[in-house]
Write a protein that binds this ligand. Sequence first.
Ligand SMILES: [Cu+2]
Length: 144
Amino acid sequence: MEFRNNKLAGRSLRLLAVLIFLGIIALAGCSKNDTGTNSNPGGSNPGGGGTDTSKGTTYQVMMKNTSFSPSAITVTAGTTVTWTNMDSYAHTVTSGVPGSPDGKFDSGNMDAGATYSHKFDTKGTYAYYCRYHSSMMKGTVTVQ
Ligand SMILES: [Cu+2]
C-alpha cells in the first residue's frame, strides 16, 4: 500500500508514532498500578529469603499480620537472620518460649518498619516469640 500524497503519509506516520507513544504510557501506567495494589511494602524481599543456604549469609523473616513469616526456618551456622516488622504496630523477637525468655537474643521493642538481626553461629533449635502477641507469634530457627 502506497500513499499518493507524501504529506498525508507523513501525517499518518506521525499519528502512528503518537499512538505507539500513548500505548507505552498506558502500559507504564498499568504496571505502575500493579505494584501500587501490591499490599506487601517489602517488595524487594517478599515472603522471606533464604536464597543462599550454602554460604549461610542472611535470611529474612517478616513480621506481618501478627505472625512471623516464615515461622519456622532452617539455616546453616553463621547465618544472620533479619526480622522486619511489616505491621503498623510494635512487635519483639524474643528468644525462649512465652513467659520464659532464655536471654539468647531479644530485639526489644520493634516499632513499625523496624528491623532486627541476629547471627546464629551455633547449631541447635532456637525458639522465639513476640512479647506482645505471644499466643499468635511464635517461631523457631533451626541452625544446622
Ligand atoms: Cu507482636
